[in-house]
Design a protein around this ligand. Structure first.
Ligand code: ADP
Ligand code: MG
Ligand code: MG
Length: 887
């Protein structure tokens, strides 16, 4: 029989591998057991496995007898460890019931604290603690939480009753309420339950316990959880574990407290303890934004200019113990930890630890620092940084010299600059973004229901909540800039207006957030390019030393090439020449070339284009300074260049001397039913060789000129697109070689060059062995190869791909992440057949997939020589290639 329930803490036996396994006991449960096993103070408890959740959901929401028995036994373990009895009127054991999936998942059931209280046990708690106020405060908290998360009653009703009680008494804070006040409120709360639920609040502690366990299991299939899973690629069949744990109390007066902390600063990565705590408080009071939390360390309090004492100052002993635990945890897990703790009458208890979410900047700094400390190896440091997270660093930050009309400020909860239109709720954010707007989500505070809006927004601004509030934690995880706890922000949802400082604003007005210092500015503030030295440079250097594949870029302007080189590109993997044709000064000649009926007409237009193209290539070769440059000859269907407006036809008629009607007829002839599969790619070169000849000439002339001028010879790799047969490539290669010879003779110098092809048709992949006889390199054009293999048009796929991904037909969008199983086979096969013919054939990938870490891992496996990505993705590809090589 597999074990369904695992005890931890207290006098639990040693922790076995199943209990350590997050897939079985969930992240929270596995780490609680781990902490207890290394001697840290963890209140005793037990974990019900994720397997039980899955089986419960599969078996019509029924608990098995085995589970009931195991839970009863495990409750006994807690009772024995703490010396109290669950449901005992004189000395009751209270527990918390906590969900805990494999990965931390907002959307799951909220924790229920103080479970086990009823009209009798509250008296017992009052007597044993000697603190009547505390006992009744705990009871009202329990009724409030249980009614909300287990019974599903509207929590607003309870909050309202509490507010009214405070107002009637002229109280400001919860801490001002006396035992009698809480007692009265408990009576009122029970009345609310009776009215709303139709039954009295459950007094049987076992009914309470099983109700809470059921609620945790059920929450796995809640809408909130499903949305989160979809956004984060989390499978629906993992299930969640349930943790039941003896309560420790942070609300037992001024020597008690509760808090959350990170062992390093999660925003910057600095080696400074970082966190917040509240004296005489319980559970999520810290993150709920009801009271303003206090700083953990004296240094942080002073830096913020805050008055209320830090934990370091107010509770030096418990703080000292906490600092010792921080160090132990970091050494044990070899990573920055995000922890939750409670101090009960001066004694520290650990309630949670996990690897902390961090910004990209912090991830880099911590990886580099921990390597320096010998905590982790260089390989581990490289492995630890999520390549996609680098994206946060590669994007612009606010220009320090730009003028800022600062309206107010909050906490710098998640770094980066964000600008956009104010939206006041998550649904609006999503709708506006769908219609192409950039938005900033402004909320009093966020909750898991807002996730989709936070995802859609450029940045998030909240009026309440600290650095560890929901908004802050989620924003950092998503890499969204966030300013939280900006108390100068007041929102009126009825009129859809708000005030920031003294400024009145409407939904739709533009603001800018600076997540680095918490400022909120009116309008859009300009940005500057990112800094690529420091920890970023160090980690990239390590990655470069570990990777095998080269990383090139997809770029066609000298500016993009320069940027890509700054990002570390080692060549151009794809230079699309057609982009150069759209230039305003050339499009006329291009149109004339296309619409000419005679070769003569075409040639005169090509005469005009030749020097322009030569100048393009010269500029690119100069920037790339001797690095290989793959240049693709004209690829798209010609009609893409055609005039559409009457005025454009008239203008063209003027320059060519041909009639408008004639031109329109000719344009009509170029219409295609299915241009993606039409007259494009090398088919253009076969039918209009003059075009490819002109392009080849421009490339060779530019290369010779740059070689002569700079002494550094460019290495052009001329790439023929959309080849299906060896013959196509043979004909075009002959044309290119012939052109090269002519130019070399004219210039009196020569350069090395290669002629190769894209593999983007299934036939080309199959015939790669023959095609390699002509081509010196293959570049996998996986955008087209995906279209042609799947028979899916990328431009038309939006309508059905999302539902396909939702239904699990594709794990991910195959245009974003390579369909390794299907399209991947063609890549692998073409690579093998190509190499069999030509062992030194150069192999690379130039589709969108060249910047996707999962696809890059596949390229490493197949042994490609390089990947090519858009400039901003180059660092991502460098790191992903290193991680792939380490696998
Ligand atoms: P989440 O996953 O939302 O963080 P947790 O299960 O960690 O939920 O519970 C939230 C908070 O409740 C904890 O940070 C802690 O402050 C409090 N809590 C949970 N269990 C206990 C307990 N046994 N004793 C005291 N406080 C607890
Ligand atoms: Mg929670
Ligand atoms: Mg927690």
């Amino acid at each position: 029989m597999v074990q369904t329930v695992y005890p931890f803490g207290g006098d639990a036996a040693h922790v076995d591998t199943r209990q350590r396994d997050k897939t079985i006991t969930g992240g929270k449960g596995a780490n609680l057991a781990e902490m207890a096993s290394i001697g840290l103070p963890v209140p005793p408890g037990f974990t019900i496995t994720t397997e039980e959740c899955v089986s419960y959901l599969q078996h019509g929401a029924e608990f098995s007898d085995a589970l009931r028995e195991a839970v009863a036994g495990a409750v006994g373990h807690i009772e024995a460890s703490v010396g109290k009895k669950f449901g005992h009127a004189g000395d009751p054991l209270l527990v918390s019931v906590r969900s805990g999936a494999r990965v931390s998942m907002p959307g799951m059931m909220d924790t229920v604290l103080n479970l086990g209280l009823n009209d009798q046990t509250v008296e017992g708690l009052s007597a044993t603690s000697g603190d009547e106020r505390f006992a009744w405060d705990s009871y009202r908290r329990f009724i409030q939480m249980y009614s909300d998360v287990v019974l599903g009653l509207d929590h607003g009703l309870f909050e309202e009753a509490l507010e009214i009680a405070k107002e009637d008494n002229g109280f400001y804070a919860d801490t001002e309420l006396s035992a009698e006040d809480w007692k009265a409120l408990v009576t009122e709360f029970k009345g609310i339950v009776q009215t709303e639920w139709g039954k009295p609040f459950p007094q049987d502690v076992n009914e309470q316990l099983w109700g809470a366990i059921r609620a945790v299991f059920d929450s796995w299939d809640s809408d909130r959880a499903k949305v989160y899973r979809r956004l984060n690629d989390i499978p629906g069949d993992w299930g969640t574990a349930v943790n039941v744990q003896a309560m420790v109390f942070g609300n037992m007066g001024d020597t008690s407290a509760t808090g959350v902390a990170f062992t390093r600063d999660p925003a910057t990565g600095e080696r400074a303890y970082y966190g917040e705590y509240l004296i005489n408080a319980q559970g999520e009071d810290v993150v709920a934004g009801i009271r303003t939390p206090q700083y953990l360390t004296k240094a942080a309090r002073e830096a913020a200019g805050a008055k209320p004492l830090s934990m370091e100052e107010a509770m030096p002993e418990a703080y000292g113990e906490l600092a010792r635990v921080f160090d132990l945890l970091e050494k044990h897990y070899k990573d920055m930890q995000d922890i939750e703790f409670t101090v009960e009458r001066g004694k520290l208890w650990m309630l949670q630890t996990r690897s902390g979410k961090r910004t990209a900047k912090a991830a880099l700094k911590m990886a580099v620092d921990m390597e320096a400390d010998g905590l982790i190896t260089r390989e581990e440091a490289v492995r630890r940084v999520d390549p996609m997270a680098l994206d946060q660093l590669l994007h612009p930050t606010l220009d320090p010299d730009a003028e800022r009309n600062v309206l107010g400020a909050g906490l710098p909860a998640s770094p980066g600059a964000a600008a956009g239109k104010i939206v006041l709720d998550a649904d609006t954010a999503e709708q506006w973004v769908e219609r192409g707007e950039k938005v900033i989500l402004v909320r009093v505070e966020t909750s898991p229901e807002d996730i989709h809006g936070m995802h859609a927004a450029q940045g998030i601004l909240t009026a309440r909540g600290g650095m560890t509030s929901h908004a802050a934690v989620v924003a950092r995880g998503m890499g969204r800039p966030c300013v939280s706890g900006a108390s100068g922000v007041s929102i009126d949802l009825k009129t859809r207006t708000l005030k920031i400082g003294y400024q009145d604003l409407n939904e739709g007005d533009e603001i800018t957030l600076d997540g680095a210092n918490g400022q909120i500015m009116l309008g859009i503030v300009p940005t500057v390019e990112p800094e690529l030295a420091g920890d970023f440079g160090t980690l990239m250097e390590w990655a470069d030393a570990l990777r095998r594949m080269k990383v090139r870029t997809n770029a066609e302007t000298p500016d993009d090439c320069k940027m890509a080189r700054q990002f570390g590109a080692e060549g151009i993997g794809l230079c699309r020449t057609e982009h150069m044709f759209f230039d305003a000064s050339r499009i006329k000649a291009v149109r004339q070339m296309i619409l000419a009926e005679e070769e003569a007409g075409r040639s005169s237009a090509l005469e005009v284009l030749l020097p322009e193209q030569r100048a393009d290539f010269t500029a690119i070769f100069e920037v790339m300074a001797g690095l290989p440059c793959t240049i693709r000859l004209l690829d798209p269907p010609l009609h893409e260049f055609l005039p559409t407006q009457d005025s454009e036809f008239e203008e063209l008629a003027d320059t060519t001397g041909l009639g408008v009607d004639h031109l329109k007829r000719r344009a009509g002839e170029l219409h295609e039913f299915n241009p993606m599969l039409g007259h494009r790619g090398c088919r253009l070169g076969i039918t209009f060789p003059e075009i490819y000849e002109m392009q080849a000439r421009a490339i060779f002339e530019a290369a010779c000129d740059v070689k002569t001028a700079s002494g550094e010879a460019p290495i052009p790799e001329i790439m023929v697109p959309l080849v299906a047969t060896q013959k196509e490539l043979a004909i075009l290669k002959a044309l290119i070689d012939e052109t090269a010879q002519k130019v070399f003779a004219e210039k009196g110098t020569s350069v090395e060059y290669l002629v190769g092809t894209m593999i983007e048709l299934p036939r080309a992949a199959l015939m790669a062995g023959e095609i390699a006889e002509e081509g010196a390199f293959f570049s996998f054009g996986t955008n087209d190869l995906t279209q042609t293999t799947l028979g899916v048009s990328r431009d038309d796929s939006a309508k059905f791909l999302a539902p396909y991904v939702e239904k699990g037909i594709f794990a991910r969008d195959p245009f974003v992440s390579l369909d390794v199983e299907g399209v991947g086979q063609l890549v692998e096969l073409a690579a093998q057949r190509g190499r069999a013919t030509r062992p030194d054939i150069k192999l690379g990938i130039c589709g969108e997939h060249g910047g996707d870490p999962a696809s890059i891992a596949f390229c490493e496996k197949v042994g490609l020589d390089y990947v090519s990505a858009s400039p901003y993705r180059v660092p991502i590809a460098r790191l992903a290639a290193a991680q792939a090589a380490l696998k």
